[in-house]
Ligand binder design. Structure first.
Ligand code: ZN
Length: 181
């Protein structure tokens, strides 16, 4: 297992378009493990490969405790409804904003066993998946806010993180075994 540093707002990799994976090889399985380790260490509900500096279309989501989801080359094939809810991001820690997302989605994704599978998700899980797929296209949740809201949030974030060098945050591994909450 290994925990990777997380790229923060300002790091160019967060704005890059990630490339398709195609067939799942060992390096992708390793990447998925690292994403889970890093996400769990930070107590997040989702993490995309861009956020650890890898521009591949891979992300993990854990919207509920026992429901770990792997996204590889995901495509949303159905969307329904709209719901507004608060989002945050491990790459923009300590600030939150309300974002409109589809309430229910069906996403087609490649499993670790190399099969295209369909996953239906609603509410928080659907929101997390849409947030992670955005990362693969270089989009951050603050991009969905009004320009005024976005400016305020970025200003607040810069103030909170004033004096921190660079755009990469070192992550400390979660204590083993991790306690379920
Ligand atoms: Zn994020």
């Amino acid at each position: 297992m290994s925990v990777r540093p997380i790229h923060l707002l300002g790091s160019p990799v967060l704005r890059e378009q990630a490339t398709r994976v195609g067939e799942v090889q060992d390096e992708i399985i390793q990447l998925v493990e690292d994403l889970f380790d890093t996400m769990n260490a930070e107590d997040g509900i989702g993490l995309a490969a861009n956020q650890i500096g890898v521009t591949r279309r891979v992300a993990v989501v854990r919207a509920e405790d026992d429901d770990q989801l792997v996204l590889i080359d995901p495509e949303i094939i159905e969307r329904e409804g709209e719901t507004r809810g608060e989002e945050g991001c491990l790459s923009i820690p300590d600030v939150f904003g309300d974002v409109d997302r589809a309430q229910r989605i069906v996403v087609e994704t490649t499993s670790l066993g190399n099969e295209r599978i369909k996953i239906e998700a609603e509410d928080l899980k659907a929101r997390a998946i849409q947030h992670e797929i955005d990362h693969m296209d270089g989009i951050l949740f603050i991009d969905h806010l009004s320009p005024l809201k976005r400016r305020m949030l970025v200003k607040k974030w810069k103030k909170l993180h004033k004096g921190e060098a660079g755009h990469i945050k070192e992550v400390t591994a979660a204590p083993e075994p991790s306690t379920p909450r």
